[in-house]
Design a protein around this ligand. Structure first.
Ligand SMILES: Cc1cc2nc3c(=O)[nH]c(=O)nc-3n(C[C@H](O)[C@H](O)[C@H](O)COP(=O)(O)O)c2cc1C
Length: 210
């Protein structure tokens, strides 16, 4: 059986039960209907975001106030530790705002994307508050996210580890396993290796230090 996909929705809003809440609840429900485990968390710029590493997909969503994406989400990316913790994460972005979509795509979405260079963005969507009363916009957004996630998984060559390389990994302190595994797999992928050997781990390590 395949593992349950885990998604977290990080959001910000000045309102308690405004359009943003409506959007995240609808998106969360739809993801859950599709079998995804979902959590949501309201952003604080200076919070600790190390928990996002446990999720397969991170959704970032916020409204726009006075031409700027809501400040706690933006602050978490610009001055908090969110950006660092989103390294190698697959993302989906959404904004809720009153401006026409084309304008928002040029003026507002880049405020988020400029902080996410290097991330895989599975889908992005600009919702107007009115769009949220119908189901289609949210449903299509969720389907796009999941379709792209599955496409990525299919196109990715499965990287093998030799016994010896696995032993080297196990010899490291447990808190380093996830990070080092990801780094070495990234290195192998970038350099066209499909098997991680002990030698490759040494090469990746010395390259990393350069
Ligand atoms: C004070 C205020 C300022 C706003 N400024 C903008 C803006 O500059 N551009 C825009 O497209 N929408 C703007 N809007 C519309 C909001 O982005 C939209 O209503 C959004 O749904 C608000 O989210 P909320 O209900 O979670 O607070 C503004 C709304 C408010 C209340």
């Amino acid at each position: 059986m395949s593992e349950t996909l885990k998604a977290v929705i990080l959001y910000d809003s000045m309102s308690k039960s405004g359009s943003t809440e409506t959007a995240i609840n609808a998106i969360g429900m739809k993801l859950a209907e599709e079998g995804v485990y979902v959590e949501k968390a309201r952003c604080k710029a200076n919070a600790d975001y190390s928990f996002v590493r446990d999720f397969d997909i991170v959704l970032l969503g916020a409204p726009v106030y006075y031409f700027v994406v809501a400040s706690q989400l933006l602050g978490a990316l610009v001055s908090g530790n969110l950006r660092k913790n989103l390294k190698r994460k697959k993302l989906a972005l959404f904004l809720i705002c009153g401006s026409p979509e084309a304008m928002a795509a040029v003026l507002y979405l880049p405020q988020l994307k400029i902080n996410l260079v290097g991330n895989r963005i599975l889908a992005e969507k600009i919702f107007s508050p009115a769009m949220l009363s119908g189901e289609d916009a949210v449903e299509n957004f969720v389907f796009d996210i999941l379709e792209e996630y599955e496409n990525d998984k299919k196109s990715k060559v499965k990287i093998q580890w030799t016994e010896e390389a696995l032993e080297m990994l196990q010899g490291l302190p447990p808190f380093m396993h996830g990070g080092i595994k990801g780094l070495v797999e990234d290195y192998a992928e970038t350099h066209g290796y499909s098997t991680i050997t002990a030698e490759l781990m040494d090469i990746a390590r010395s390259d990393q230090g350069k």
